[in-house]
Design a protein around this ligand. Structure first.
Ligand SMILES: O=C(O)[C@@H](CO)OP(=O)(O)O
Ligand SMILES: [Mg+2]
Length: 427
């Protein structure tokens, strides 16, 4: 059999924040090979798979090396001889081998890089592009709609503003290439507007501009202005999407917003967000409240869930059980899908299936620490997820993914067609 695993090897490579990470390479008996690199978050949910990452000010720890040793000594011997096409069996074996509930022993980063490398190897062994292999023969009808960061704040930008991602979605674009064109235009205008104000401090971890502003809302109004200056109709051509990443500044129902100079109660936080939704063309808000504030998330979803995509990221951590529980209590109506939060592709897929069963929308997402790895783009296309969140222009680890989307769209029967508006939550 051509797709039997002949070797598993790993190396220490570097991510976009200058930190070591793990690349796994899997070779098959037929000669095909696949490889994948683990990304890493900065604003992480407590329920995520635990990575073995190097810590300390000089990142001089030994944890990545420890993870590599685990791959050499335990994972490789366990996987050699398995069929790479048996993704479920491979992932189950990885989970059993690790033996902890959060993958802390062998490392979530070791597991996800291995799990994704197996999929790449299987696809290569069958002579298929990864998206096609993952789609199981179904023809995707479209390529996902991009959600792209224009301003970066929170843990990705020295907390100059409290909220983490101010993004745009080209809701009126018909195709993927046009969505990128429009977003690039807004991005350039936003940069010019910030520079003219003397408030541009560089670019954040995901490529969005790093704004030095006096309030969070100032960033929102500047973003709206940038959409208009770029010549688009706010809300009709280009809309706003936010990741508040509220777990970074909220605990036990209290939210400390440094830009606003005060602590908000849960109700005040919800009031402020609803005020923004009423004033700006916002179609999606991620982690509006902290991961420990289920009551707040339920109240927020009850108040605006019929007109807004409410995404759980830190709160749901790509976990099927959590998605089902959230749906039962009415917290959020959408889930962010990040493979490395789950730790294996099979668990990632289970979270997506749980979302579909619960009537939740889904958004596949990169992490703030990324590399040239483009697996998530194939995953979004192959699994038919209609939205994809990756960072912005001016950072190549982000553009590697958007450019891969352009390449994939050339081979889809529908070309670069985006999901029909009616199939999206705001349609
Ligand atoms: O919060 C998020 O959604 C991601 C991407 O923006 O950030 P991080 O990878 O740091 O969790
Ligand atoms: Mg998030």
């Amino acid at each position: 059999m051509k797709t039997r695993i002949a070797r598993v090897s790993a190396r220490r490579v570097w991510d976009s924040r200058g930190r070591p990470t793990i690349e796994v390479e899997i070779g098959l008996t037929g000669g095909a090979c696949g490889r994948a690199i683990a990304p890493a978050g900065a604003s992480t949910g407590t329920g995520e798979a635990i990575d073995l990452r190097d810590g300390g000010p000089s990142f001089g720890g030994m944890d990545v090396k420890r993870a590599l040793a685990g791959i050499d000594r335990e994972i490789a011997p366990a996987l050699v001889g398995m069929d790479a096409i048996d993704q479920g069996g491979i992932d189950l074996r990885l989970i059993a081998l690790d033996g902890t509930p959060n993958k802390a022993r062998l490392g979530g980063n070791a597991l996800i890089a291995t799990s994704m490398a197996a999929a790449h190897a299987a696809a290569a062994g069958l002579g298929l592009p990864l998206w096609k292999y993952l789609s199981g023969g179904a023809e995707p009808g479209w390529i996902p709609l991009p959600e792209i960061q224009i301003f970066g704040g929170g843990a990705h930008a020295g907390r100059r503003i409290d909220i983490q991602d101010l993004m745009v979605v080209a809701v009126g674009a018909q195709d993927f290439a046009t969505a990128l064109d429009w977003t690039a235009e807004v991005y350039r205008c936003a940069g010019r507007l910030l520079a003219n104000k003397g408030r541009l401090a560089g670019v954040a971890d995901e490529g969005g501009y790093w704004p030095m502003l006096d309030s969070n809302e100032e960033a929102l109004s500047l973003l709206l202005h940038a959409i208009e200056v770029a010549g688009f109709r706010p809300g009709e051509d280009v809309a706003i999407s936010l990741d508040i990443a509220a777990s970074e500044f909220g605990r036990e129902g209290l939210y400390r917003l440094d830009r606003e100079g005060r602590i908000f109660s849960r109700d005040e936080m919800i009031e402020m967000l609803i005020d923004w939704i009423n004033k700006y063309p916002i179609v999606s808000i991620e982690d509006p409240l902290a991961e420990d504030d289920e009551a707040g998330l339920v109240a927020f979803t009850r108040a605006v869930g019929d007109r807004l995509q409410v995404i759980g990221d830190d709160f749901l951590v790509t976990n099927a059980q959590r998605v089902r529980r959230a749906a039962a209590v009415g917290a959020c109506n959408s889930v962010l899908i990040k493979p490395n939060q789950a730790g294996t592709l099979t668990e990632t897929r289970a979270a997506l299936d749980a979302a579909r069963d619960s009537g939740y929308s889904a958004v596949v997402s990169a992490r703030s620490g990324e590399t040239e790895d483009v697996t998530i783009v194939h995953l979004a296309v192959g699994w038919g997820v209609p939205q994809l969140k990756v960072g912005s222009f001016t950072r190549s680890e982000r553009m590697a993914k958007w450019n891969e989307g352009l390449r994939i769209s050339e081979s889809l029967p529908t070309g670069g067609a985006l999901p029909p508006r009616a199939s999206l939550p705001w349609g």
